[in-house]
Design a protein. Structure first.
Length: 332
């Protein structure tokens, strides 16, 4: 756990890596799934988890340009066209910024997490690709400087370049996006004993559509309530106060609308809270839901019980239990 926050100011353009590369011809990188919004922090809060995640294998080639030779785990849903894939598009933006459009790359993307899960599937792929090219080129600058390129991938994936998935996937830990213009990202502390129980119901909630149903105008009294909850959650993280974290995680703006897209959302919340969850809410745009707990055993029991409930209403699901992942992407 970190005692201090890290502030990432608006990234500057990177200089070309000295020597032309990092001495590697290929690299494999894992990047983690993320929980965005964290109930009350729409588009400004997110954290990384240990599993699931995505893997990218990247190789240098002799022919300039980017090719995608293989994608697995996507059921044929993702494009091999490098002009239409979030991984290659974001990598291309990075290469342009470091004046290395002369190099050739071959990319393999291995989806180890569900697409459209609300767990930052596109973000994990994009971050893995960016971290891979950074490693190949021997670029030792702050990984936070990759954030604008990762946001380009998010813009392609869902029409909006938000950072609440890509920032925690890239930086690890719990992240606050204080501002988008200029980009200002703050890494927050968190209690070491906080566990996350995640359930992904096998239903389709596309991110674009989930964003479109959100209200454009809100009442001032609702905004004030939401501000108080966000401030309470951030305060709870700094104070290591799990009770304060739990009672602050209430959303009166987005959850009431998005919950309609998730079967038995409020029944699942009732089950989780009754079993000792600290809080319960939607991960990103859904349909995944998550609960914070004080220990691993409670998290496991909650995921199992929620999976049983979904099975009883004929809905399949995937379940995951994790602490907050402070590492972010890693070479594998």
């Amino acid at each position: 756990m970190e005692n201090n926050i890290e502030e990432v100011k608006k990234p500057t353009v990177l200089a070309p890596p000295s020597g032309g590369g990092g001495g590697l011809s290929s690299v494999a990188v894992f990047a983690p799934a993320t929980v965005a919004n964290v109930v009350c922090g729409f588009d400004v809060l997110g954290f990384a988890v240990n599993e699931p995640g995505d893997e990218v294998i990247m190789r240098l080639t002799n022919k300039p340009g980017i090719t995608i030779s293989k994608i697995t785990g996507d059921d044929g849903r993702l494009p091999l066209d490098p002009a239409k894939n979030t991984v290659s598009v974001s990598v291309q933006h990075y290469l342009k910024s470091v004046d290395r459009l002369d190099i050739g790359l071959d990319i393999e993307l291995h989806k180890k997490m569900p697409i459209g899960s609300g767990l930052g599937s596109s973000s994990a792929s994009t971050v893995a690709g960016l971290y891979a090219i950074k490693t190949l080129l021997g670029d030792e600058s702050d990984p936070a400087k990759l954030l604008p390129f990762a946001m380009k991938g998010e813009e392609m994936a869902c029409g909006h370049g938000h950072a609440d998935n890509v920032a925690p996937a890239l930086l690890g830990g719990f992240v606050l996006i204080r501002s988008y213009e200029p980009l200002d990202v703050v890494r927050l502390p968190h209690p070491a004993g906080l566990y996350c129980a995640i359930v992904f119901p096998d239903v389709d909630v596309p991110t674009r559509e989930a964003r479109q149903i959100i209200r454009n105008k809100i009442f001032m009294k609702d905004a004030v309530t939401q501000w108080g909850n966000i401030a309470g959650l951030v305060s709870g993280l700094f104070m290591q106060d799990i009770d304060l974290i739990g009672r602050s995680m209430t959303d009166i703006l987005v959850e009431p609308v998005r919950s309609m897209l998730i079967p038995d959302f409020y029944k699942m919340r009732e089950i989780a809270m009754g079993m000792g969850a600290v809080s319960f809410g939607i991960s990103g745009s859904g349909p995944s839901v998550f609960a914070f707990t004080r220990d691993e055993e409670t998290a496991k029991l909650i995921t199992q019980k929620l999976q049983q409930h979904l099975t009883s209403i004929k809905i399949g699901s995937n379940i995951y239990v994790s602490t907050i992942n402070d590492q972010g992407p890693r070479v594998i």
